[in-house]
Write a protein that binds this ligand. Structure first.
Ligand SMILES: [Ca+2]
Length: 277
């Protein structure tokens, strides 16, 4: 009988220990899940970083240029300008602002954003649903393509074209067929509309917000605004005309230089971002 009792106690102890171990594992699992959830949730709800700027250089900018698209390529600026009967595509010398090459669009087209991909310049138009493709060096018109929305800004990430249409949506286009392959909605608490001129810089999309003189720095995977750059003061310094809004972002990836300008601004600035506390 004693042996029976001992065996019973032993079995009971083993079972108790197993139960304790199981409970301990469960507690660790639940706690870890809660910690991971809190971290992930906290990250996704992080408020955007705010940047101000320092002007490193300023250059002349053609005050008749109603800037709609700006890009830096191989030492030169390329600029698309707007307005009916006045739209152009031009190549500009950075240091002097001299227009080295320029073509006019047919009068019925209101030129918008430009980007350079594989030695081709792609230029959007505002409401004509038509984009033009030029050979980069000669400005020879190679082809055109259509899209179902308005055309505002365009850039590329080296693989796809990225286009804005004035809403909070960014469209990713196949650079050969110009078909939309993906789209993201840009959000900071709520949708961020009026996305305009674009630039892809080190894995992020920079977007002018029309009539706000601010640039949103956007995660291209999630559409979340990770940072804001406020250029209100630089805009006020350059122009008193409320129509002459900030509307040009270009990036020199070789020398890590960020350029900005606006519609009919007298200057184009190289700026550096400074993080605010
Ligand atoms: Ca640009």
């Amino acid at each position: 009988m004693k042996i029976f009792n001992r065996m019973y106690k032993m079995v009971n102890n083993i079972l108790k220990k197993q139960l304790q171990t199981t409970i301990l594992i469960l507690i660790i699992a639940v706690t870890s899940s809660v910690i991971v959830f809190v971290i992930l949730n906290g990250t996704s709800q992080q408020t955007p970083v705010n940047y101000t700027y320092e002007i490193l250089e300023s250059y002349s900018h053609d005050q008749t240029a109603f800037t709609q698209g700006l890009e830096f390529d191989n030492g030169f600026l390329f600029e698309g300008t707007g307005l009916y009967n006045q739209s152009t595509l031009r190549k500009v010398e950075l240091e002097t602002g001299t227009v080295l090459e320029s073509i006019s669009l047919p009068e019925q087209y209101f030129g918008e954003g430009i980007t350079i991909f594989n030695n081709r310049i792609i230029q959007l138009t505002w409401r004509s649903q038509k984009g033009f493709v030029y050979e980069k060096d000669s400005f020879e018109l190679l082809s055109d393509f259509s899209y179902p929305t308005e055309g505002w800004g365009i850039t590329n990430d080296g693989f796809q074209l990225i286009m804005s249409d004035g809403t909070s949506t960014l469209f990713f286009l196949n650079p050969e067929t110009y078909e939309t392959v993906k789209q993201i909605d840009v959000v900071d608490q709520e949708p961020v509309t009026n996305l305009n001129e674009l630039e892809y810089i080190q894995g992020r999309i920079y977007a002018n917000i029309f009539q706000q003189d601010k640039i949103a720095i956007i995660n291209p995977q999630t559409g979340k605004v990770e940072a804001w750059l406020d250029l209100t003061e630089i805009s006020k310094e350059d122009t008193q005309n409320p129509n002459n809004v900030l509307n040009g972002i270009a990036y020199d990836s070789e020398k890590d230089r960020l350029f900005i300008t606006g519609k009919r601004w007298s200057k184009l600035f190289q700026i550096e971002l400074i993080k605010l506390d």
